[in-house]
Design a protein around this ligand. Structure first.
Ligand SMILES: [Zn+2]
Length: 220
């Protein structure tokens, strides 16, 4: 073979090698980018979940203060889940223990009365109430209760209110919760947040609050 032809062949092989190497590099770079994007999106998701959890617990603490003030002016009793005119949240607003719209419609209630995680999952508006009061504390529409705080045997372990139960067709949440028929929806990565009888708010994992729908958290 002539030296010139040999040189051309050598040079072409080199070019192919360079292109092949560049392609491998490109694929590696794409793979690394894809992994980084996956990591970043799961980190963002986790950060958003943590932020929603913090806002939810802060809301519940605020509602705890409003309920303490309400009890202070109502013979130490919690509001009922339906007093014939208002549910517990409407009662807090109408009696000026909480700022918001006293209308009993699903929308326009108060930012404090809704969990950002639940609003995101269910797609309801930013001012729709999502929290429900325990039926053990406030009864049901047909059988309202006004439980006295002093009647709670184990306040720090008694659910007063918390993340609610979504009724999709009406785009609103149940005004009350219990461990079975209207259970909280566990929208905080499988957990729910609750306000307990001693005024502290707490995250309870999975079905920790639901031993057969009746356990300690749902007893007075
Ligand atoms: Zn929540």
């Amino acid at each position: 073979m002539k030296p010139a032809a040999n040189f051309r062949k050598h040079s072409a092989r080199k070019r192919i090698a360079v292109i092949a190497f560049t392609l491998v590099e490109l694929l590696v770079a794409i793979a690394i980018l894809a992994i980084l994007l996956v990591l970043l999106s799961s980190a963002l998701k986790a950060a958003r979940g943590a932020a929603h959890g913090a806002v939810c617990l802060r809301n519940l603490n605020q509602l705890g203060l409003a309920l303490t003030a309400y009890c202070g002016e109502n013979n130490d009793r919690f509001p009922s889940n339906w007093d014939g005119t208002r549910n517990w949240s409407g009662r807090l607003i109408v009696d000026h223990f909480l700022e918001g719209n006293p209308s009993e419609s699903a929308a326009g209630r108060s930012p404090t009365l809704g969990c950002p995680a639940q609003r995101l999952v269910s797609g309801v508006g930013p001012d729709v109430k999502t929290y429900g009061q325990s039926e053990v504390i406030g009864g049901t529409v047909g059988k309202p209760l006004t439980t006295a705080r002093s009647a709670l045997r184990n306040p720090s372990q008694t659910i007063i209110l918390g993340d609610g139960h979504f009724y999709a067709p009406g785009k609103y949440y149940a005004g009350h919760i219990n461990g079975s028929t209207t259970p909280p929806d566990k929208d905080h990565q499988g957990a729910s947040n609750f306000l307990m009888g001693d005024g502290h708010a707490e995250r309870i994992e999975n079905n920790g609050w639901l031993p057969g729908g009746s356990g300690q958290y749902w007893a007075k």
